[in-house]
Design a binder for this molecule. Structure first.
Ligand SMILES: *Cc1c(COP(=O)(O)O)cnc(C)c1O
Length: 423
């Protein structure tokens, strides 16, 4: 039987040889390779400055510190995201205001964000920033977020953990722009399953020198200028602590992997795009699924391929589908249980699932299928065949009779597309 893991990083001899070179040359922590990675990454995504750190979570934390987030202030965060996006707000004793998503791309719903801003302002809250997440690697409503930020004087920190690379344009005639162009600071992840990896790692990018300088200093103990050089011949033994910083620097061992991952990034992206297109071809006629689509004027990273189950047409739920896929040797995942449904945010802020109805409704329907650059044709076909088999074996209503005939459990009232059907 074919086993298809949910993810497998694409590591070749280039990465391995570079790590060996680093181990042999003896400079293991932050050094010339981390600096080179910053330079090449900034160039690749057309950003002025890039600060290499040991995770995207660290990058998000440094970004909020650089914009001067204060205790008691609020930051808008989508509910459809990973733990990191909101926890960094809590590091400051500030409050994440969770925002619902839109159904076409699961990205932050700007109209909902504005409703929540107005409600917070009416309670006398201070709102400092918004952290849009580009779900699965597809850039969201940048124009809407920019307008909102302008209207309410918010800083924009993009959680671009899924984007390497990703592009957008404002309309058909506009020029293509890279992820993070409109942000004050954009943050990237090099975690093991992300678009490019260093095992653990991340990058904070910005066009503003004062943010870059502050993040650089705070990423290494708040030590004045180029602290990493203090052990080299050109560095000075003398340094000063200018603020109580953090220990977030990226090692040269990790950067060795990153340099080659970055140089392969276009190729890795091309392969993920191919796989997304294969999924669309092989599953496009399954009426019980909603497939992800690249929105107009977006170039998708395809970090994730998230399908939705039409549960009203199926006799099994998402957990059962995942269990069946697992039995067929297929690794899948769920991105994510919305933050407002996790115990911490429910308890701390009193959220109920229905407070963010779209995220809550999407959650039971979503499954992330395997998508990684080295996945081959047989593997993607196996996933699609198994999924089709599982679905066709558990249909509520025969697709041939367009929802009018019951196959299982007769003598019941069934809801169909045309109303209720008594059998
Ligand atoms: C993975 C991820 C992060 C955190 O990245 P790390 O590098 O593991 O800290 C943040 N936000 C989102 C949306 C992610 O998927």
């Amino acid at each position: 039987m074919i086993n298809v893991p949910f993810h497998k990083p694409s590591i070749g001899p280039e990465e391995i040889n570079e790590v060996v070179d680093t181990l042999k040359n003896g400079w293991l922590t932050t050094g010339p390779k981390a600096k080179l990675l910053e330079k090449e990454f900034a160039c690749y995504l057309a950003h002025q400055y890039a600060v290499a750190v040991n995770s995207c979570t660290a990058a998000l934390h440094l970004a909020l510190e650089a914009i001067g987030l204060q205790a008691g202030e609020c930051v808008l965060v989508p509910s459809m995201t990973f733990a990191a996006t909101a926890e960094v707000v809590r590091y400051f004793n500030a409050r994440p205001i969770l925002v619902d998503c839109r159904s076409e791309d699961f990205n932050l719903d700007v109209a909902d964000a504005e409703r929540r801003i107005l409600s917070a302002l009416s309670h006398g809250e201070q709102i400092r920033a918004i952290i849009p997440v580009h779900y699965a690697g597809q850039i969201g409503d940048v124009a809407g977020v920019a307008a909102l930020a302008k209207r309410y004087d918010l800083r924009i920190i993009e959680d671009a953990a899924h984007c390497c690379p990703a592009f957008y344009r404002l309309d058909n005639s506009a020029v293509w722009q890279t992820v993070g162009t409109g942000a004050d600071i954009s943050c990237y992840s090099f975690y093991a399953n992300k678009a490019i990896t260093t095992g653990e790692g991340g990058m904070a990018c910005t066009h503003k020198s004062e943010y870059a300088e502050r993040m650089r200093v705070m990423s290494l103990h708040g030590i004045s200028k180029d602290a990493w050089k203090r052990f080299t011949s050109e560095g000075s033994w003398y340094y000063e602590i200018t603020a109580p910083g953090f220990k977030y620097n990226l090692t040269d061992i990790a950067a060795s992997i990153g340099l080659h991952q970055l140089r392969k990034s276009d190729d890795l992206h091309r392969k993920r795009t191919y796989l997304a297109n294969r999924y669309a071809e092989l599953l496009g006629d399954v009426d019980e699924l909603v497939l992800p689509v690249a929105q107009p004027n977006r170039n998708h990273s395809w970090h994730l391929y998230v399908i939705r189950l039409k549960l009203d047409r199926l006799l099994l739920d998402r957990a059962a589908v995942i269990e069946e896929l697992k039995r067929a040797g297929i690794g899948v995942s769920v991105h994510w249980l919305p933050l407002h449904m996790h115990p911490y945010y429910r308890n701390a802020y009193g959220y109920e699932p229905a407070d963010l109805p779209r995220s809550a409704q999407l959650y039971p329907e979503i499954i992330s299928l395997p998508i990684f650059p080295d996945m081959n044709d047989a593997e993607v076909e196996h996933v699609c065949n198994q999924l089709r088999r599982i679905i066709s074996g558990h249909l509520k209503i025969s697709p041939k009779l367009s929802g009018k005939l019951l196959i299982h459990k007769p003598s019941k009232i069934i809801k169909t597309g045309n109303g209720e059907l008594k059998l």
